[in-house]
Ligand binder design. Structure first.
Ligand code: BGC
Length: 770
């Protein structure tokens, strides 16, 4: 665990130059706008440790899988989010010396990520090996207001040096991925040009054929005035630059403002990319840096008005939650139903930028409450559009009749995981996709979605479950063999309780939705039945039979659901009894030992109880929590948040808070020693869940919001915003009680501590503390 980020309510701050922490900071100070993003690499050259990272959403490479024994059904490739052209580059040469902080004596250094206004600022004072002292201030951002664009204002002041300085803004597409199976380069050049005040490079990805035109325009001034310079245009493979040489005078600041844009073939015809790029660059450079920055602040202000969480009395918790909300909004804005949320967002290469069940299980509730419902709808439509491929995927594995198995890892609907033994059998992700439809409709009331899109997905998923179970004549029940639950520290187990529960829940939900659509939109229903060849009687009878006769492992003596058959045969040791040096297990123990142990990577039975809490009484919840929690090592970032919500429900406020802290500052404090790979974006939604569903006790039931809040002992108060069916509410939990403000929308009735409360429009009510 590290502790170098300075406390601040709205900023992430690093003070002092720590090259050994640079890769972590590059992740933490990342920027993004949903369409593109980048790690916090330096603009000027840096020969120290760095992971260059510029990413364009939806642009990936299918890197052929490396495997010893090829098995049927193995995915052809593992999709990689591509390290794309670097548009932030500005080389600085003082006389004949390149400015490089790895070689310089850095006397002062500060990085600030301003989350309120959405920009990154870096200042430093450094002395080159020849003793030239400079101070630099640089501000940059990826524009939320115009998501193809970004800008940088880089000011350098030579403090004790007068003489020539060469400033070289460039676009470099000759980049590689750190994570690549065959060390290939992924981009080819299509075209490039250098102009009097900028230039561009257009690149095409190998195999996938995506094209991206990345360009720059720049403006140079000294002491606020335009300056005359000597220009040298430079072109190399996939690279354009202009070296601008001028004479400096000690003490006089020189500013280069760089406007950049990424235009991709995802949105425009390849032939049109250059033209669109030029007009985009012209328009932003005419607008100017200050105006762009003002628009950026306004766009972020709009976001924060809807999704800020304010914690009084605990700066570190405040910084943590805002960081999580900020990163989630940088990663996904919901504008485009072809895009999704990679577990590392735009902050690193790990997990390939692909879509996991994380989106449906963790991120959906966050976006439902904090953004327009269109945002979540687009996440659902992403899966709807990939239904054909999910059916194809199931077919490859031997299923038929339109059964769909959504991929565990995907870019375009094709399965592209790279961990055969683990993720292949994690079929529970199919259930999470169905559950997200349920979550969306429960939250928004948009039942039309079920008729238009949802039912088709549900039936295909239900068909998969109906074929995936088998009848055990020994048990005279249906069983589900050979699966991996969310706990990836068990592979290929029989009757994972969570997966089996989710499967029958899917079957039941499908039947309920089918009956509803049939009753309310009989023509649409009939058309769908024809389209998918539904034999309603036989198929639905099978669904019902499975629901009625499914086997779920449990232990009567302990009164708990069993994670899987045979779980109690394992030697039962508790995490607290493990020597500290043995953890994390995945770095210290052999895989064989992990698989044989009782230790649980992340919520599994508890994940099921979290989803379906309303079906269980509090004692059942407690018994299972008391049993599984002490065996859970939380070696997935997705784990502590689920435990936080359940602990809160059980009234274990101290443990709920402990879990919250672990998730909220996971990256800021580098808990798992892996932030340098990128931030854990999807689990950041879990942090939000810990506050809103955990401390706030928020649930949605029967078209209504319920709250059952408590105030963590260390906090003076906390408040959050919830958008719900046309209302924007602010819920503030303080020492005196719960205040609910109806910021917009008609009168609404919410239930607080089991009592209905009416909140008329534009007013606030106070419900006294329990
Ligand atoms: C977790 C999975 C998760 C993946 C991506 C793994 O460590 O076990 O549940 O989908 O990370 O976040």
């Amino acid at each position: 665990m590290k502790n170098y980020i300075l406390p601040d309510e709205w900023k992430i701050i690093e003070e002092g130059f720590n090259p050994e922490l640079n890769m972590i900071s590059e992740s933490l100070f990342s920027l993004g706008n949903g369409r593109m993003g980048q790690r916090a690499n330096f603009e000027e050259a840096y020969s120290g440790q760095t992971l260059p990272g510029n990413y364009v959403a939806g642009v990936y490479y299918p890197d052929k899988t490396r495997v010893g024994w090829w098995k049927n059904g193995y995915p052809e490739y593992f999709a990689k989010v591509l390290n794309a052209a670097n548009w932030i580059g500005i080389n600085i040469v003082l006389g004949d010396e390149q400015l490089d902080l790895a070689l310089a004596d850095v006397k002062a250094f500060r990085r600030e990520l301003n989350m309120k206004e959405g920009y990154l600022k870096r200042t430093f004072l450094a002395s080159t090996p020849q003793g030239k002292e400079v101070s630099v201030e640089t501000i940059r951002f990826c524009s939320l207001a115009d998501d193809a664009t970004g800008a940088i204002k880089y000011t350098i002041t030579p403090l004790n040096y007068s003489g020539p300085i060469t400033i070289t803004p460039y676009v470099d597409g000759d980049v590689v991925n750190k994570d690549s199976n065959y060390d290939e380069k992924f981009w080819d050049e299509v075209s490039k040009e250098n102009w009097a005040d900028g230039g561009y490079v257009q690149l095409r990805t190998r195999k996938t054929g995506f094209e991206v035109a990345t360009g720059q325009k720049y403006h140079l001034s000294a002491g606020g005035m335009s300056v005359s310079v000597n220009k040298q245009l430079i072109e190399k493979d996939k690279y354009i630059a202009t070296a601008l040489t001028l004479q400096t005078v000690a003490g006089q600041p020189i500013t280069i403002t760089k406007f950049a844009a990424n235009i991709s073939s995802l949105n425009y015809d390849s032939q049109a990319l250059k033209e669109v790029l030029i007009s985009t660059l012209n328009s932003i450079s005419a607008k100017g840096f200050d105006q762009m920055l003002a628009e950026q602040a306004a766009a972020w202000d709009k976001k924060w008005q809807h999704n800020d969480i304010i914690i009084e009395g605990d700066t570190s918790a405040q910084q943590g939650i805002r960081f999580n909300i900020f990163q989630l909004n940088q990663t996904y804005t919901g504008e485009d139903d072809r895009l999704n949320i990679g577990p590392k967002g735009f902050t690193g290469e790990k997990y390939g930028g692909s879509t996991y069940w994380d989106t449906e299980a963790y991120c959906v509730p966050f976006y439902l409450a904090t953004a327009d419902q269109k945002v979540t709808r687009n996440l659902l439509l992403y899966r709807y559009k990939q239904l054909g491929k999910a059916i194809e995927n199931a077919k490859l594995l031997g299923f038929n009749n339109g059964a769909a198995l959504y991929p565990m890892v995907t870019m375009d609907g094709t399965e592209c995981h790279n961990e055969w033994e683990i993720t292949f059998e994690e079929i529970h992700r199919n259930g999470a996709i169905a559950h997200a439809i349920f979550d969306y409709v429960r939250y928004t009331g948009d039942e039309q979605y079920l008729t238009d899109f949802g039912l088709e997905v549900l039936i295909a998923i239900a068909r998969f479950w109906a074929q995936r179970v088998n009848w055990s004549s020994d048990k005279a029940q249906y069983v589900m063999l050979g699966v991996t639950g969310p706990n990836e520290y068990e592979n290929n187990v029989n009757n994972n309780w969570y997966t089996s529960k989710l499967a029958t829940w899917c079957l039941q939900y499908t039947l309920t939705v089918a009956a509803k659509v049939k009753a309310e939109h009989s023509e649409v229903y009939a058309a769908l039945a024809t389209k998918i060849g539904l034999d309603e009687q036989a198929e639905f009878a099978k669904f019902r039979d499975i629901i009625a006769k499914m086997y779920y492992p449990k232990d009567e003596k302990l009164g708990i659901f069993l994670q899987q058959d045979g779980y109690l045969d394992k030697e039962q040791i508790l995490v607290n009894d493990l020597p500290a040096g043995d953890r994390p297990l995945n770095q210290k123990w052999s895989w064989d030992r992990i698989l044989r142990s009782c230790f649980i990577k992340q919520a599994d039975v508890l994940q099921g109880l979290y989803f379906f809490e309303y079906n269980y009484d509090i004692d059942t919840l407690r018994r299972n929590y008391d049993f599984y929690e002490p065996r859970t090592v939380h070696e997935s970032s997705l784990s502590p948040c689920v435990h936080a919500v359940i602990a809160a429900k059980l009234g274990d406020e101290a443990r709920a808070y402990e879990f919250y802290l672990r998730t909220s500052r996971l990256d800021l404090d580098d808990y798992n020693n892996d932030t340098e790979d990128g931030c854990h974006i999807t689990s950041m939604a879990g942090t939000w869940l810990a506050v809103v569903q955990g401390f706030g006790g928020m649930r949605v039931k029967d078209d209504k919001l319920y709250f059952n809040p408590f105030l963590p002992a260390k906090w003076g108060s906390f408040s959050f915003h919830i958008g719900f069916r046309g209302n924007l509410l602010n819920i503030k939990v303080g020492k005196e009680g719960v205040r609910i403000k109806n910021l917009s929308g008609n009168e609404i009735t919410v239930t607080i501590y089991n009592k209905d409360q009416k909140v008329t429009s534009d007013t606030e009510i106070l419900v006294e503390a329990r």
